[in-house]
Structures are given as structure tokens and as C-alpha cells.
Design a protein around this ligand. Structure first.
Ligand code: XMP
Length: 538
């Protein structure tokens, strides 16, 4: 499903890769990733950061002289969708191989490396996607400490079928004779497989070998450095202007607000739109957390009426999202107009939210990433965007939140969709149906917390189904609502499995919901994984 954005946490924008990571101006050793349009460029950067080494993504066509100024300790050439032999296929500046900086080419990056250093490379179209076993014949350099054979993940259209004398093969699979290669004289390596994905279980060690062993980085960078550099960068970018930040109570927008507050203090204005679709006590909680942590301007917009009016009689999920999106923009805009001198809009766009990308005229490095909540706050609002989290993954944002002093209860909150309870209230949305859902949902969350499973599960909530069924209460027949409990475990929210909650816990939730929530006489537990189901029911 696609989700037109009703949320104040997410948005779509275009930012070139080189702008998207705060430049931690030469305060830290760094690895750079040159992005050839790979789905995985950010993942490579994240894997490097996991080694406590700062990593920056740059345009693929950055000039070697500029790289020399940046002076990275190592360069990683990402994969990419193009074929090296296609017209207009993106290339790097071949001079970069003369800088004496170690280079690791991954997939397409390896093919470019061979082409740049090995004279002619014959590329045979050879599609391979999936697991393979790589036999390793050299246990130093990038393969230091790794076994003779390791599971790897292949995802390519072309592969290098012959290499020049300058290179030596150091790993092969059944179908790929040059799964890993090393230059005989230069600190240059190539991998046909993807070390950055979890399906290459030893990929982390391999990248560590490159970053620390080959490039000689000290593993000293951490989220505190990220926070410091980001705050400094925002301070410079914002100057004396005012910034508006949409707040939802979720971890992403709270972390953005915390960064901004540290950067510019009272120049920050936050807007919370209460769309009437929030969970029980949520608005009060956000206001309380906000005033505990930020002594700055907060605007709470009373939006329940317009939201429920626009949703009246609407059952179709995408239409609900569309209407919520429009109502959100209207409410947000009305409030933003009241804030004098606002020049910037800050949003908590995260990398894992990004599921689609397409090239813009500047080439694959300047990819336009679309959140699955496509829509965002429209450009007509006229603000310049600030998105300090757009390269981070959820768990990195949580670490950053802790670093910034936000409370664990906020940092570890389960994600909540922008359209709120509307996509969990199947069928028509009325304030009565929302009230039933809100009560049932708060019981689900409370019981999960009491059982100590809140951190273990990724998202746990109630869904109000659009069916009524027969029951018996006391001596009377009932004909009432059914609630579904949904609880999932996931790392990235792109795939998920249903949580194996203990029966006793399910029993407790069920009896509490049926006894305490008027209008419910049946509770079911959703045992569908994603895919083929999705986490939300709508
Ligand atoms: P699905 O239902 O697509 O959800 O498996 C994946 C994650 O995205 C959240 N989600 C949304 N978030 N606006 C949002 O801000 C939306 O329209 C939306 N729909 C789903 C969902 O809660 C889960 O975390």
C-alpha cells in the first residue's frame, strides 16, 4: 500500500547525497561512499558507522582533487542499477585511484574499478540474485580472520568475467570466478557480492577489515559526535531565522526537536496537530514531555472537528489518508502562518522510510527519495527543509535520542502512523467508534508493558473491525464489535512477523477488553506476517 502523507513526521524531498550528511568538518577521520544509485548506499554508510567510523555519502562524480581535500581514509564505490557498458552509465573520476587512498568497489563499483585500472573488462550479462557461497583463498586484508568459505548475497546484472594482470582473484563462487579481487600493488579491492546486507553474515567483519585494517581508521566516532556536528551545522545553516518543527510525540520528530533546541533554543517553534485520531492520553503526554524538555514555543492545534468532518462517511483507506493529508496541511499551514519570520521547516524523515528512489537530472547520487508516506508537506508552504535524520535508521535515531537526553519511554515508543487511529478504525470513522478503539488500544499497550514485552515487540496495538458478531453477556444476547490485536516484531518495518505473545497475556487482554470496553464482545489475534499482510490493517 502507499500512504499519502498525513503525518507531521515524514516528508518527501530531494537532497543531493553530498548535502544530506552533515559535513563533520575534518574533525573526524572518515570513509566516503560514492553513490552510483545503489539501493544500499545508505546501508553501507550505516555499516561503517557501526564500526565507530564516520561515513559520508558523496556524489559519484566528485572530482579527485576535491576528494584529496576531504582526505578520506578510504573510499567505497557503491553498487548501482546501471551496466558499465550502457551509454551514460555513471562513472567516478578515474584519477581517484591515484590518490593512494584505499578503495573498495562493491558490485557495480567493482566493475568500474576493474575498468579504470585493468584496461578492458569483458562483462557478460549474468543475472544473479540471492545467496551464494564464496570460497576465499587469501586470509589477509579484507578477508583477515574470515573462514575459507562464507555465505554472501549476490544482486547483479553483469559480472566481471576477466580481469587484468594488475588484479588477483581472492574469492570465487560457483558462478562467479571473481567474487572478490585485490589489486597487486594498490590498496584497491573489489567485491561482486554485497557485504553490507544482513544476508552476508560476515559482511560486517569484512567491512571492519577494510575500514580499520586496510584504511587504518580509529574506531572512535559515535552518535555524540554526530549530534555535535549536526547541531553545529544546523546552527550555521539557520542563523537568526525561526524554525518550525512538526511534533507528533514519536521518536523521530522528538529527536529533531531536541537537536534543534540544542542548536537554536528559543528560535524553535513546534506545532502539534491534534487530529482527533491520537491514542488515549497522547496529546497530554506530548505536551508534558515537551514542556519537560524544551522551554520554547509550542502550538497545539485543535483539529478534531475538521478531521472528523472530512472523514465522515469515508471507509476507503486511501481516501481516508488523502483527506487526512489535506486536513493536516490546512491545519498546519493555518498555524504556521501565525508564526512570524519562520523560514525553515524541520522534519523527521528517516532513511528506512525511504522505499522508492528515482534519478534526478543531477545523476544517481542526487536521487530523489520518496517516503512511503508520499505527499509530505507541500512545497507551497514555502519553507526551506531541514531533515537531519534522513540518513539514519530507526535504531540509530533511538541511540541519538538517548545521547540527547530524551527519556527512554519516549525514545522506545512504538511507531504510530501519521493517519493515526483512522487506519485502525476499519470502516467509517465516528467519535464513538474511535472511543471504543482508543480504550481497547490502551489496554493492549498497557498489558504488553506490564508483561515486560514493550521493547521486545516492535508495534503492538488494537484494530476495530467493521463487523459485529453475536455474543452472550449475563443472560442477554449481544451483537457487538470485534477487536483485533496486532503485535509484530521487525527490524526495519519493511518485513515483519507476528509476535508470539504468551497465551496468558492474550487471555488477559481479551478479557479486559471485553469486560472494560463497552460495545466489544469479541477479540481476535492477528497471526499474519508482512508480507503478504501489512502491519497496519489499512
Ligand atoms: P505497513 O502497514 O505499510 O506499515 O506495513 C509499515 C510501517 O509504517 C507505518 N505506517 C504509516 N506511517 N503514515 C505513517 O506515517 C502512514 O500512512 C502509514 N501507514 C503505515 C506503520 O505503522 C508501520 O510502522
Amino acid at each position: 500500500m502507499t500512504h499519502p502523507n498525513p503525518s507531521n513526521e515524514v516528508a518527501e524531498t530531494s537532497t543531493s547525497a553530498s548535502e544530506s550528511v552533515p559535513s563533520q568538518e575534518l574533525t573526524h577521520q572518515r570513509i566516503v561512499v560514492l553513490d552510483f544509485g545503489s539501493q544500499y548506499a545508505q546501508l553501507i554508510a550505516r555499516r561503517v558507522r557501526e564500526q565507530n567510523v564516520y561515513c559520508q555519502i558523496l556524489r559519484h562524480d566528485i572530482k579527485a582533487e576535491r576528494l584529496a581535500e576531504i582526505a578520506p581514509k578510504g573510499i567505497i564505490l557503491s553498487g548501482g542499477p546501471a551496466s558499465v557498458y550502457e551509454d551514460g552509465a555513471p562513472r567516478c573520476d578515474p584519477e581517484l585511484f591515484k590518490l593512494g587512498i584505499p578503495v573498495l568497489g562493491i558490485c557495480y563499483g567493482m566493475q568500474l574499478t576493474c575498468e579504470a585500472l585493468g584496461g578492458k573488462v569483458d562483462n557478460t550479462p549474468c543475472r544473479e540474485y540471492g545467496p551464494a557461497t564464496c570460497e576465499i583463498n587469501e586470509h589477509s586484508g579484507i578477508f583477515q580472520g574470515l573462514p575459507d568459505s562464507m555465505d554472501v548475497w549476490m544482486s547483479h546484472g553483469d559480472q566481471v568475467s576477466s580481469i587484468s594482470e594488475a588484479f588477483e582473484p581472492i574469492g570465487k563462487t560457483g558462478t562467479c570466478p571473481y567474487a572478490a579481487i585485490r589489486h597487486r600493488e594498490l590498496p584497491v579491492f573489489g567485491l561482486q557480492f554485497h557485504p553490507e546486507v544482513t544476508h552476508t553474515p560476515m559482511g560486517g567483519q569484512l567491512l571492519r577489515n577494510f575500514v580499520i585494517g586496510v584504511c587504518g581508521c580509529d574506531p572512535t566516532w559515535d552518535m555524540g559526535d554526530f549530534a555535535e556536528a549536526t547541531i553545529e551545522m544546523m546552527r550555521r545553516q539557520i542563523g537568526n531565522h525561526r524554525v518550525i518543527c512538526g511534533l507528533s510525540g514519536g521518536v523521530d520528530s522528538s529527536v529533531v526537536a531536541a537537536l534543534l533546541y540544542k542548536a537554536i533554543g528559543p528560535q524553535l517553534s513546534c506545532i502539534l496537530v491534534d487530529n482527533g485520531l491520537l491514542r488515549k492520553g497522547e496529546r497530554e503526554m506530548v505536551v508534558r514531555e515537551f514542556s519537560d524538555h524544551f522551554k520554547t514555543d509550542l502550538h497545539v492545534v485543535e483539529g478534531e472537528k475538521p478531521f472528523l468532518e472530512t472523514l465522515a462517511g469515508i471507509s476507503e483507506p486511501q481516501e481516508k489518508r488523502r483527506r487526512i493529508g489535506h486536513a493536516f496541511i490546512d491545519c498546519f499551514k493555518d498555524e504556521a502562518d501565525k508564526i512570524q519570520d519562520a523560514h525553515f521547516l524541520a522534519q523527521g524523515t528517516l532513511y528506512p522510510d525511504v522505499i522508492e528512489s528515482g534519478a534526478d537530472p543531477d545523476g544517481p547520487a542526487a536521487t530523489i527519495k520518496l517516503h512511503h508516506n508520499v505527499g509530505g508537506l507541500p512545497e507551497e508552504l514555502g519553507f526551506e527543509l531541514i531533515e537531519p535524520l534522513r540518513d539514519l535508521f530507526k535504531d540509530e535515531v533511538r541511540r541519538l535520542g538517548i545521547e540527547l537526553g530524551l527519556p527512554e519511554s519516549l525514545v522506545w515508543r512504538h511507531p504510530f502512523p501519521g493517519p493515526g487511529l483512522a487506519v485502525r478504525c476499519l470502516g467509517e470513522i465516528t467519535s464513538d467508534r474511535l472511543a471504543v478503539l482508543r480504550e481497547a488500544d490502551s489496554i493492549v499497550v498497557e498489558e504488553i508493558q506490564k508483561a515486560g514485552l514493550y521493547r521486545e515487540t516492535s508495534q503492538s496495538f488494537a484494530v476495530l473491525l467493521p463487523v459485529q458478531s453475536v455474543g452472550v453477556m449475563g443472560d442477554a444476547r449481544t451483537y457487538e464489535n470485534a477487536i483485533a490485536i496486532r503485535s509484530v516484531n521487525t527490524n526495519d518495518f519493511m518485513t515483519a512477523d507476528w509476535s508470539r505473545l504468551p497465551y496468558d497475556l492474550l487471555a488477559k487482554m481479551s478479557s479486559r477488553i471485553i469486560n472494560e470496553v463497552k460495545g466489544v464482545n469479541r477479540v481476535c489475534y492477528d497471526i499474519s506476517s508482512k508480507p503478504p499482510a501489512t502491519i497496519e490493517w489499512e
